[in-house]
Design a protein around this ligand. Sequence first.
Ligand SMILES: [Zn+2]
Ligand SMILES: [Zn+2]
Length: 367
Amino acid sequence: MVELAEIFRKYGPIYIQRFGDRILPAHRRAIRDIALCRTEAFGGHVEKCCDCGHEHFFYHSCCSRNCPKCSGSKTKKWLERRKKGLLPVTYFHVVFTIPEPLRYVVRKSPNELLGILFKAAAYSLMKLAADPHYVGGKVGFISVLHTWTRTMVYHPHVHCLVPGGALSPDHSEWLPSRKKYLVPVHALSKIFRARFIKLLKGIMPIEQLPSSIWKDRWVVYSKPCFNGAGKVLDYLGRYVHRIAISNYRILSEKNGHVTFKYTHSKTYRTKKMTLDAMEFIRRFLQHVLSGGFHKVRYYGLLHPANSINLMRVKWFLKSKLSDEYEIKSGILKSKEYRVCPVCKKGHMIEILKIPRNLMLLNERAPP
Ligand SMILES: [Zn+2]
Ligand SMILES: [Zn+2]
């Protein structure tokens, strides 16, 4: 089996040589981190069992969110926390997409335009839900950005998971939404489109953009999660701490070409695709976001600044106050030691640390 790291080690330097200055700093860093994860470049440590004396040596991980080796356990923790925080109400799954010609514009300045995508989606949802015809108060939701399709094509869209109801404007009660629908999608997509264009005008002259953008329909999807919000969270979790392709999907690398498998979106059949290694790396890197970009965001009642209002809601719904408050305040924090794999009794304790190799990482020593 071929790993992404091997592909990046073999073809990353050629890619950097070919595209040079055009490669974004975040993309250069991703190439480096994936190629060098769990090698001497990131240093390592030795652990020793306090009972039987068994010793084990580890190379450190790169901890990059773009590395397939470093993302699995984060997803599990994220999901556990989110599931604990679910309210005892019907949830709605709302998805905001943009027309295809606009995707190429977004890809050129992802930081600003993906930020606009988040803002326009949140604004339209909050505005329409606040209308007394629909819910009539302050809703809260979690938004997750997806940018890739199964063949790593660029397709940015935002998924929102919304509890069906709102806190009344005077904060005195919980206003439940209708069972089968939250807000009308047609009106939602109109507000979303208008807001997106308004924000876009603030950063670029939109007259230069292809006119087809304004002809295409701006699709918003909204459905109640009758199978439970947990199922949607599982689906979203797969993207939150994951990257565009996992190692298990890569089948082979031969003569400058990479073959991977994917599930066809309509037939659900497993298919194979072979790409030139440079195109494979290019497709992968277009989903690498710059370091500080948040692809999960919390709005309205679920925004940290609204924690008092969220407590109110939980009290109205007689829902148990989530454990996450305890975790946040540090009560449940404790250092976890690994159990010894040999004697299964003792704990593994770090006895030696090997520093990062700054030469291999192409970094300067701190002053
Ligand atoms: Zn032991
Ligand atoms: Zn890594």
